[in-house]
Write a protein of this length. Structure first.
Length: 301
């Protein structure tokens, strides 16, 4: 498969998503806009953390990779949350100053062979474990967590642009069960559901061209994407990673992956490993890549 030019990448592509997440100037307004449209809520001050790996609790337990993790805190000068999500846990509104109120994990996926419900169940548990401090006895202060999956295919086959999953009482469906956990699945190929703003945003995320910047939100996002693509730093990183990806594809051997990982880490870019993984998938050697990453994680624990 011929490697695409940087100008041809879309927001849903892993490299572009992480390039935006690591841009100090644009990451906060970019992801605030994305979240406000997809979740149809007001988003307050956020901190954006680019791709990171959460280790397992022991060397034989796997970790998880977060594409983009976003935290939103309550206002420091009062007891109210900066955003007002609809139908989400309300008991957590009155938290202490600086308390994290919402966590958003955004995961774009182009791979179809994945058990998404169980995959996201595991991610949710790992994320929660990071933020629950020892001795917590007031669970009303526990953050709300949104695990947001964006795909260019329909996971559930019902033709919808968005699917929402929450825990509930099976025997008493009318009884509210607010645990602050929501799974959102967005399908860029949907045919029904979702408001017009969500549809426009998903179309742009999948195909990030000026033709798909059709409203205020997508035009704003398009400007951020174009600015990142014009960045010399982004271009240099993409070209450097392209050389490594081509090497891995051509060699297709364990030594090639190891060298790519070592050089990627030396560059100091958090999203380089992701692109090496993408190359490994295209070359049909994903299993070898995962074995090497497991060894690398163990050595660095």
């Amino acid at each position: 498969m011929k490697r695409r030019k940087l100008s041809e990448l879309n927001v849903i592509d892993d490299f572009m998503m992480n390039a935006l997440a690591t841009n100090e100037e644009l990451r906060e307004p970019f992801f605030r806009r994305i979240l406000s449209v997809l979740l149809d809520i007001d988003i307050g001050k956020i901190d954006v953390r680019a791709q990171s790996i959460l280790q397992g609790l022991d060397t034989d337990l796997r970790g998880v990779r977060l594409d983009v993790e976003i935290t939103e805190k309550v206002a420091e000068d009062n007891q109210t949350r900066l955003s007002d999500p609809k139908d989400i846990l309300q008991d957590g509104d009155e938290t202490s100053d600086g308390q994290i109120a919402n966590i958003y994990d955004i995961e774009p996926h182009l791979r179809k062979n994945l058990d998404f419900p169980k995959h996201n169940r595991y991610y949710q548990a790992k994320i929660d474990s990071r933020y629950v401090k020892s001795g917590l006895d007031d669970f009303e202060k526990l953050h709300n967590l949104y695990v947001i999956t964006i795909t260019n295919f329909d996971i559930f086959g019902e033709g919808l642009f968005e699917y929402t999953v929450r825990n509930q009482l099976i025997e008493c469906p009318d009884v509210e069960y607010n645990d602050g956990l929501i799974f959102k699945y967005f399908n860029t190929k949907g045919k029904a559901g979702g408001n017009e703003s969500i549809k426009n945003m998903l179309r742009f995320i999948e195909n990030s061209t000026s033709e798909n910047a059709v409203d205020e939100a997508t035009r704003e996002i398009s400007e951020y994407v174009d600015k990142v693509k014009r960045s010399s730093e982004t271009e240099e990183t993409y070209m450097t990673m392209g050389d490594k990806m081509d090497y891995i594809k051509q060699e297709g051997i364990q030594e090639g992956i190891q060298e790519g990982i070592r050089e990627g880490i030396a560059i100091g870019e958090q999203h380089t490993i992701s692109n090496i993984k993408e190359a490994a998938i295209e070359a049909g050697i994903l299993e070898e890549f995962e074995k090497i990453m497991l060894e690398y994680n163990k050595m660095n624990q």
